[in-house]
Design a protein around this ligand. Structure first.
Ligand code: SF4
Length: 449
């Protein structure tokens, strides 16, 4: 039997300049090959050309501009990267764009992600299931119907109990076109729910000053609001994790009210006492959190808020711990996780005075979780009698196990549907809620309207 082989898209590559430019070129070439692109040393036969430039001395600038001009004449589709891409003329305009306005994209040096984003936009990779080692959506550890979408790496904060910034560095946001492309590929592969993650989701784009990227031929800012608006158009469940309560989060609430993203926020508050939050060096700790939650819920009453807290932080007094319990009473959070403080090697909090014994840290954690149980149960009881949409995660002999908009996988509760045997994993279903306990809902299939 013969089969038709998908034609691999071909990228012409021209590299000028010093060893650093050569190293950038190697990275780009490696990525292109890994994604199944063919590489060509000439213009003919190439679907697009990448010119890696040098801008060190005038002669190098001339040589690079000539190479771009030649690539445009011979091929027409040209992406420029490298040092010359970062150079401006006396008026602050891109030197390359002034000389060659028809280039498709211009990036500076060390811009692997941006170059790949531009290549993907103008010459999408072709997936060949017979050749590619990985499916187009990549290798995922999650079930087929939901996927984590990582939007940035690293973190600009320096919380005293955390060593992530020293391990992963400062915030680096992924280009928005790249993130949206990944989301689209996941949607095409059958994913029904995207879980947006990063160390600090609300900070998306801060490091690149909310730079304008491109998606679907349109300019779109590298910012959480724009990202969520675009994700909301894919027709999937979009769930936000690790969102700090900055004022900018208020802008997302209308997207929830309009049904574009799920009415769900995972906000790791970690504590409620201003003194402890300061010692923790938590982001957005000075925000008026309770007012903010009230305003969010006024607009979106069904908003589910999940949070985590640390008990027994160094120096935490019984009064400060009680402040945290009072906060839980007022905030009426839907889901709460808790951790006893544990010193991490290299974290600055280890040097704080007033370390508490392990049994105190653990006892406070147990007390916090007991305290929250009643609140979580009451929040779920409000759903009894309601008709809700769920996404099916599993089927067993007792029926279907699904999740509602208020349940993230693994960390929140589930919805048990006793008569859901005929449902399928990854299917959306309408159910009527008949009962609940602390974490989970019990439902039956809803009768057709
Ligand atoms: S705990 Fe703080 S420092 Fe660590 S990743 Fe989260 S926001 Fe950044």
């Amino acid at each position: 039997m013969t089969r038709r082989k998908a034609k691999a898209p071909t990228v012409g590559f021209v590299s000028l300049g010093c060893p650093k430019a050569a190293s950038d070129a190697e990275q780009i070439l490696t990525r292109l090959r890994a994604e199944g692109y063919q590489i060509s040393g000439s213009y003919d036969g190439a679907d697009l050309v990448v010119v890696n430039t040098c801008g060190f001395i005038d002669a190098a600038v001339e040589e690079s501009l000539d190479a771009i001009g030649e690539a445009l004449t011979e091929n027409g589709k040209v992406i420029v990267t490298g040092c010359l891409g970062a150079k401006k003329d006396a008026k602050g305009n891109d030197l390359v764009r002034v000389a060659h306005p028809k280039v498709l994209a211009v990036t500076g040096p060390h811009a692997l992600a941006e170059v790949m984003e531009a290549v993907h936009q103008h010459l999408p990779p072709v997936h060949d299931p017979f050749i590619d080692l990985v499916p187009p959506q990549g290798i995922r550890l999650t079930p087929d119907h939901y996927a984590y979408l990582k939007i940035s790496e690293g973190c600009n904060h320096r919380c005293s109990f955390c060593i992530i910034p020293s391990l992963r560095g400062d915030l680096v946001s992924r280009p928005i076109g790249e993130v949206l492309r990944e989301a689209e590929v996941l949607a095409a592969a059958g994913v029904k729910e995207l879980l947006v993650i990063s160390q600090d989701t609300s900070a998306y784009g801060v490091d690149v000053k909310y730079r304008t990227g491109f998606w679907g031929g349109k300019p779109v800012k590298t910012r959480l609001y724009e990202l969520c608006s675009e994700l909301g158009k894919l027709g999937l469940w979009v769930r936000l994790h690790y969102v700090y309560p900055y004022p900018s989060v208020d802008d997302l609430i209308p997207l929830m009210a309009e049904g574009k993203i799920l009415p769900y926020l995972d906000v790791p508050f970690q504590h409620a006492s201003q003194r402890i939050l300061k010692l923790m060096k938590r982001p957005a700790s000075a925000e008026k959190v309770l007012d903010r939650i009230a305003a969010w819920r006024k607009r979106v009453p069904e908003l589910a808020i999940r949070s985590t807290f640390i008990t027994g932080f160094p120096g935490e007094t019984e009064a400060e711990f009680n402040e945290l319990l009072d906060f839980l009473d007022e905030a009426q959070l839907d889901r709460v996780g808790a951790f006893s403080y544990s010193p991490v090697d290299g974290a600055s909090a280890n040097a704080l005075p007033g370390a508490l014994p392990e049994n105190v840290r653990d006892e406070r954690k147990a007390r916090l979780l007991r305290h929250q149980e009643g609140i979580s149960t009451q929040r779920l009881e409000r759903k009894i009698g309601q008709r809700i949409q769920v996404l099916v995660d599993d089927i067993d002999e007792e029926g279907a196990i699904a999740r509602s908009a208020g349940d993230a996988p693994d960390v929140d509760g589930v919805v048990y549907i006793a008569d859901g045997h005929d449902l399928e994993v990854g299917e959306f279903a309408e159910v009527s809620v008949i009962d609940c306990d602390v974490h989970d809902l019990y439902a039956t299939l809803a009768l057709p309207h």
